[in-house]
Design a binder for this molecule. Structure first.
Ligand SMILES: NC(=O)c1ccc[n+]([C@@H]2O[C@H](COP(=O)([O-])OP(=O)(O)OC[C@H]3O[C@@H](n4cnc5c(N)ncnc54)[C@H](O)[C@@H]3O)[C@@H](O)[C@H]2O)c1
Length: 334
């Protein structure tokens, strides 16, 4: 006892908890998983980093563990080590699953990735039901309903803690707007709402800060580029996969925002694909105010232009189908 008054004890507790977050990456040896784990290892917000995959995690963990930052890195290999990996985790990030090849849509990944996400979510519901779940595996429009249904099955569902990571769409929108307007991309902020596939990706350029003006033709071209940016990378990689480095950056940005908010930072806002009551869709991405317990407040779509309203209306049918596909997948499983 060093004779602290209550307010000092509170402050000390805050400081001590600041660095104590256990984060797991499931699919940690993959194209996204490795650079994402590197960025997490480099952060003072993470004290323990649990890396799980069905291949190569001992090597990735040994490699990262030599970096002179305090996060303790542990590798876990194969299903029998998954429970141990998840114990005590506050945040779980899932980039496990197969990526697209040229000519494929995100939905073409459903059969393989639905099972992977279901198995991993099942383990999380058992071993760390309180953790924030950040799902990167595609198709995000279906994998979030899958994780949600699995958590419901286990009686541990908290819609404020399950996030479909769509941050890469925001990152791309910021970059492309900055390029066109000669701005510093770090100072541009474009909300992207809807979902995370093709036409369901809806950048709200009218709400960009700083305010930017485009004529209708420029706007249509810009929005199409943001919606197809993933395919741009898939084509350029010519069979070697989809976005990994920019996705690792975006995934880390989302996790750091979440950890900041969990540690008590105020005013942290990120868009993510979550359970929602903002439209007739049960899941929808909008800007979210994050807090200690995940989503503190859904900030909604805000005021849209008639053109943006039309984009939202046109996304609904695809979104509905993808959400139902995810929900049905879990309902029909034994
Ligand atoms: N949300 C987004 O914006 C976004 C962006 C890009 C890619 N993605 C998606 O992320 C996923 C991963 O992409 P990638 O390029 O890293 O693929 P990758 O093939 O390079 O890596 C995937 C990793 O998952 C692992 N894995 C497979 N089954 C597993 C299981 N059952 N348990 C644990 N790990 C398992 C593999 O061993 C591999 O290491 C894909 O589904 C891709 O579509 C999402």
């Amino acid at each position: 006892n060093i004779g602290l008054v209550n307010s000092e004890k509170d402050l000390l507790a805050k400081c001590l908890s600041f660095n104590n977050s256990k984060v797991a990456v499931l699919g940690a040896a993959g194209g996204i998983g490795q650079p994402l784990s590197l960025l997490l290892k480099n952060s003072p917000l993470v004290s323990q980093l649990s890396l799980y995959d069905i291949a190569h995690t001992p090597g990735v963990a040994a490699d990262l563990s030599h970096i002179e930052t305090r996060a303790k890195v542990t590798g876990y290999l194969g299903p029998e080590q998954l429970g141990e990996c998840l114990k005590g985790c506050e945040v779980v990030v899932i980039p496990a699953g197969v990526p697209r090849k040229p000519g494929m849509t995100r939905d073409d990944l459903f059969t393989t990735n639905a099972t992977i996400v279901a198995v991993l979510s099942e383990a999380c519901a058992r071993h760390c039901p309180e953790a924030m779940m950040c799902i990167i595996s595609n198709p995000v429009n279906s994998t979030i309903p899958i994780t949600s249904e699995i958590f419901k099955k286990h009686g541990v569902y908290n819609p404020n803690k399950i996030f479909g990571v769509s941050t890469l769409d925001i990152v791309r929108a910021n970059t492309f707007v900055a390029e066109l307007k000669g701005l510093d991309p770090a100072r541009v902020s474009v909300p992207v709402i809807g979902g995370h596939a093709g036409k369901t990706i809806i950048p709200i350029i009218s709400q960009c800060t700083p305010k930017v003006e485009f004529n209708q033709d420029q706007l249509v071209t810009l929005i199409a580029r943001i919606q197809e940016a993933g395919t741009e990378v898939v084509k350029a990689k010519a069979g070697a996969g989809s976005a990994t480095l920019s996705m690792a950056y975006a995934g880390a940005r989302f996790v750091f925002s979440l950890l900041d908010a969990m540690n008590g930072k105020e005013g942290v806002v990120e868009c993510a694909f979550v359970r929602s009551e903002e439209t007739e869709m049960p899941y929808f991405s909008t800007p979210l105010l994050l807090g200690k317990n995940g989503i503190e407040k859904n900030l909604g779509m805000g005021k849209l232009t008639p053109f943006e309203e039309k984009l939202v209306a046109e996304a609904m049918a695809e979104l509905k189908g993808s959400i139902k596909k995810g929900e049905d997948f879990v309902k029909s499983a034994k």
